[in-house]
Design a protein around this ligand. Sequence first.
Ligand code: CMC
Length: 393
Amino acid sequence: TGAVTYDPGFMNTANTKSSITYIDGDEGILRYRGYPIEQLAEKSSYLEVSYLLINGELPTKGQLENFESSVERRTLLDERFKRMFDSFPRDAHPMAVMQAGVSALSTFYQDSLDPFNEEQVRLSTYRLLAKVPTMAAYAQRVSAGHALLYPHNSLSLIENFLRLTFGYPAEEYIADPVVVSAMEKLLILHADHEQNCSASAVRLVGSSQANLFTSISAGIGALSGPAHGGANAAVMAMLNEIRDSGTDPRRFMDKVKNKEDGVRLMGFGHRVYKNYDPRAKFVKSIADDVLERLGVKDERLELAMKLEEIALNDDYFIERRLYPNVDFYTGIIYKAMGFPTNMFTVLFAIGRMPGWIAQWNEMIHDPETKIGRPRQIYTGEHARDYVSMEERT
Ligand code: CMC
């Protein structure tokens, strides 16, 4: 088997070749299939970017219409899902509810589980893109104790999602176009990020030839942690704490630098970006638009800007090349839109869905794919004989 390389966290090990997403961490560049993230966020839509990531090329008008209608008419969930969602405790984390829901897709849609049947994979792709936003909305409403609505398939996927989340039966909810557009942009910015923890989880599980739904549910689990997608909620918790305790931002930053109680500046730093995260720049401008449009004044935005200013001028952060990442400003926008903090990571998961699907597809079609199976360096006991209970001290 040859020598084993020790590389915790895969800092230097490429697990795959990939043609989906390009990142230059030193320059702060991010491209999907060669297209700069800024252009896509400015000009494209979430479903168009989904098509691009999954199929490799931008769609023609006809291809896009076909893709959109294939997704948008599948937003309905089997009625039994409602009972499943209802049976979770009300304070269940919506990310856990969504992971359970995506896992359960394998039980309801058994006609699209074969990873090697292209037609079935296409069907499960439509189902995931369509039903995950519905599940996310249901997860939020169940925890709020609100009735679940049926999707309106005349609406776009994102309008539908906002209506399912914020609409009430008695009123006709019409999403603010600025909010819809901001949501589309945010989802695009989150749509893929090459071999991050959750994409790697999806590939690893998929490499055993597990079906797409099951592989994606592993990705949702990986995304839930605070060092990954959970960071957007952790940023909000951090800003709330600084605000509510009246801590001076400079004092808080001293704590971070002294590594007191392991405190980190959440929403800062990245394994690959050693420059300003290009997504974070864009997110900040969306935050300005949305807060202005909704007439929301949030002192946490000023607080976040203050923390950023301190960090960007401080040797600790400069030496370690720590810059704001995508999660630093997103929470403030989600709050202004009306989402509770525990939904932030769920929104990240909706955004990341096409990326996970694209990564899984690439893995399944790659003739060089092998089952993911890292090696280890054993540090345990040498062989020893079983000791009977009486003889143990
Ligand atoms: N605040 C303070 N110090 C930090 C931070 C931070 N946010 N991030 C890294 N450092 C320090 C770290 O203590 C270490 O210092 P030293 O060399 O003195 O030990 C040095 O910078 C290198 O950090 P690392 O943990 O070895 O770097 P990593 O590549 O393993 O970690 C990270 C990357 C994103 C997990 C980390 O920067 C972090 O914990 N950031 C805060 C959480 C966060 O915002 N996560 C979101 C990531 S982006 C979107 C996503 O994936 O969801």
